[in-house]
Write a protein that binds this ligand. Sequence first.
Ligand SMILES: [Zn+2]
Length: 256
Amino acid sequence: MSKFNINQFICRSDNYGVIISDKNTGLTASIDAPDAEMIDQELKKNDLKLTHIFITHKHLDHIEGIDYLKDKYGCIVIGPEKEKEEIPLLDITVIDEEYIDFSGSPIKIIETPGHTLGHIIYHFEQDNLLFAGDTLFLMGCGRVFEGTHEQMYKSLEKIKKLPPNTTIYCGHEYSIANAKFVASILPDNSNIKKRLDEIKSLRDQNKQTLPTLLDDELITNPFLMSDNSVLKRKLDMNNAKEEEIFSELRTRKDNF
Ligand SMILES: [Zn+2]
């Protein structure tokens, strides 16, 4: 059992807010700062004081709440060295493969360029938790705004190598759109069909579909399945390299 309590909620329109806390030490972190008011409200509801903010990347819908939360709680703001010019009030900047400590848990920083060039994700190694920001989504991945498709492919390969029992929290609730796209590419895949049904049912009840498990992503997320022979056949790319499969998928999803 993890020592952490995790509270996840949807804010703005489809952003996920995540608050992780250790009740023994009182340390409490917000993953990104999409919505100061909602984060503050959730903290109050659970009688928590914010001590840290872990920023994944510079987009406004991930950093807009920093000002307010830092002013109110005096929390430590940690974020990517490569985006320090664009993220306000950073106290600590981090780079690839660096470790930071949170409440006695080692957190490995992994740089995942693609969605933005400086994007980082936070891997709580002992606790099998990954905070993936806008790099990976349930049955999907982030749009490649700044990097190249090849960079994003390599970033996702890093996630693929983590332990399969890793629980993954993501920046957005995009599951329905992602699952529909995946089902259109691999309509005969029973794992994908089943997952689409589960997601539809959850969203019909206005429930969250995240977090997800890496193990489930490995068999239903085509962006992690570039070596899958059925997928290659469906794309009519039997002899293509894995990064070419990824690139084709990303382009098709952009136009879906
Ligand atoms: Zn983003």
